[in-house]
Design a protein around this ligand. Structure first.
Ligand SMILES: [Zn+2]
Length: 519
């Protein structure tokens, strides 16, 4: 069948004159099939022909792609890019070939997606945007400060109403963040009830699970229970094995996920290309202490008893995780004292107190939280596990990043490098997987899983979201020490048929569209 299709495509005459033809590239069509030489013709934002496009029918602009790969634009299903409102160019994403972003992950989204979309569409922006509705956002809205209990029937109905509205506005599904407030207080039955509303619209359940460390198998059981009882597909966000006691357990973990699929659960996952995670520094503190934010924390920690118990709790947890201290935790951005940015907790304690023993490290964490908190990078994963995950056919590649403000703070490098790093480091250099398979994980797999219709493949009728690059030259450049470096090697990045990046330069074009579920 494939051979037949290839012959049919051999010469394609196009009825309408294309706006643009990418000539003689090596086409990776996004499905994972082997690449083939050919042309891609584009008109009115769509691909109108693929193959050997008859020259007579193509008087429009022609770009020679000889020696270059042509692939569908990359789709990043796990972002926190709500701040695209302030940074519509989304340069860090476009310059690593990402043309579509899924927002609203880890339980946190815009509450009113309909309004958010209209505002975006009025102003213009570069990549395509879709979103999940965040469970935490909805729960916070409905239940206010009374977080640590199940919802009443009235509250549950109110949450369902918000979710129903978001799904009508085009949400792809619902996300949860079950280590964060207030998601951490939701029980499985609440999540099942809300997921049923999502299922009624044909959406997906995407979860930052309750554990990514020693309790991960229970957390996966919960994901499966929700998928089964609410009858919807489920997706595990940023799959990882966090913490030394869990390192090397990827065969068991992947076997558990395969078993769930064998039992009929529609289950996928995503992953970023790094062995460090990024979240708030206050994840090192007990949940009960951080309810209500930094102000509430600073009041609670004044109590000598709470202080003493918290120090003991933190030491015990470090011990259970086979850690000596907090040198694996790096402060990414602390507004109050920017000298800390880029230092690990141990180094920051030394700078602040002249002492860096564990007690001073804990003191520093209290100090930072009291002064408004910080974002942080945690070096907690093993490369062998990450490699096993990225080879798995149901894993897609996603950054977990916001739109980066250039040169602000010392954020996780994934926001600048993730997609390029999978192709350069893991596919090309380490040969962990074929380039066409890596591209599939960045294109058709996310498009099909998250119902981004007409995206993620090079096929007539599909949106002309395209990347043209030299596989030998493509490179992520961002590092943990110097993250504000764009990926390189991209000859062209097109969104809806419009060139946005040319020779590693963003031209400020704003052709992005809001993608509503299934539309
Ligand atoms: Zn998350």
């Amino acid at each position: 069948m494939r051979a037949l299709l290839a012959t049919l495509w051999f010469v394609v005459s196009v009825n309408a004159a294309p706006d643009l033809v990418l000539r003689n590239g090596l086409i990776y069509d996004g499905t994972g099939r082997a690449p083939f030489k050919g042309d891609v013709a584009i008109k009115d934002g769509r691909i109108i022909a693929v193959g050997n496009v008859a020259r007579a029918g193509a008087p429009g602009k022609v770009i020679d792609a000889n020696g270059l790969a042509i692939a569908p634009g990359f789709i990043d299903v796990h972002t926190h890019a709500e701040n695209i409102v302030y940074h519509p160019k989304a340069e860090n994403f476009l310059r690593m070939g990402v043309t579509t972003l899924v927002l609203g992950n880890c339980g946190s989204s815009k509450l009113n997606l309909g309004e958010f979309y209209i505002k975006l569409e009025e102003n213009g922006f570069s990549p395509n945007i879709a979103s999940l509705i965040g469970h935490g956002t909805v729960r916070g809205q409905v239940m206010g400060g009374s977080l640590r209990r199940p919802p009443t029937a009235t509250e549950l109905a109110a949450m369902q109403k918000h979710i129903d509205q978001a799904m009508r506005d085009g949400a792809l599904g619902m996300s949860t963040g079950l280590i964060y407030l207030p998601g951490v207080f939701a029980r499985t039955d609440e999540l099942v009830a809300l997921s049923k509303t999502v299922a009624a619209h044909g959406g997906i359940y995407a979860s930052h699970m309750r554990s990514e460390g020693t309790n991960i198998f229970n957390a996966i059981d919960e994901v499966c229970t929700i998928a089964e009882q609410a009858k919807l597909p489920a997706h595990i966000s940023h799959l990882k094995l966090a913490g030394r006691p869990m390192w090397g357990k990827h065969p068991q973990l992947l076997a558990r996920l395969d078993q769930a699929r064998a039992e009929g659960i529609r289950l996928t996952h995503d992953q970023y290309a790094y062995t460090a995670s990024s979240t708030s520094l206050h994840q090192l503190l007990p949940d009960a202490l951080i309810v209500g934010g930094a102000k509430a924390f600073s009041q609670r920690i004044k109590s000598a008893k709470t202080h003493r118990e918290t120090v003991a709790w933190m030491k015990d947890r470090l011990h259970r995780r086979q850690r000596e201290d907090y040198s694996y935790a790096v402060i990414a951005y602390h507004k109050k004292d920017k000298r800390f940015n880029g230092l690990n907790v141990k180094e920051a304690a030394k700078l602040c107190y002249g002492e860096d023993d564990l007690d001073h490290q804990i003191m520093l964490i209290f100090e930072v939280e009291t002064n408004g908190g910080a974002s942080a990078v945690f070096h907690g994963m093993h490369e062998d596990d990450a490699r096993a995950f990225l080879r798995h056919p149901h894993t897609m590649f996603a950054s977990d990043s916001s739109v980066r403000a250039f040169e602000v703070g010392v954020p996780h490098p994934r926001g600048y490098g993730n997609a390029a790093r999978f192709l350069a480091r893991y596919a090309r250099d380490q040969k962990q997987l074929k380039l066409e398979e890596a591209i599939r994980k960045l294109t058709s797999l996310p498009a099909r899983t998250f119902q981004l219709k007409g995206r993620g493949e090079i096929r007539p009728g599909f949106a002309a979201d395209l990347v043209v690059f030299d596989p030998a030259k493509i490179q992520d450049n961002a590092t943990f020490k110097a993250p504000h470096q764009y990926a390189t090697g991209f000859r062209l990045v097109l969104v809806n048929g419009k060139v946005v990046v040319e020779n590693d330069k963003h031209n400020a074009a704003g052709p992005g569209q809001v993608i509503r579920r299934g539309k």
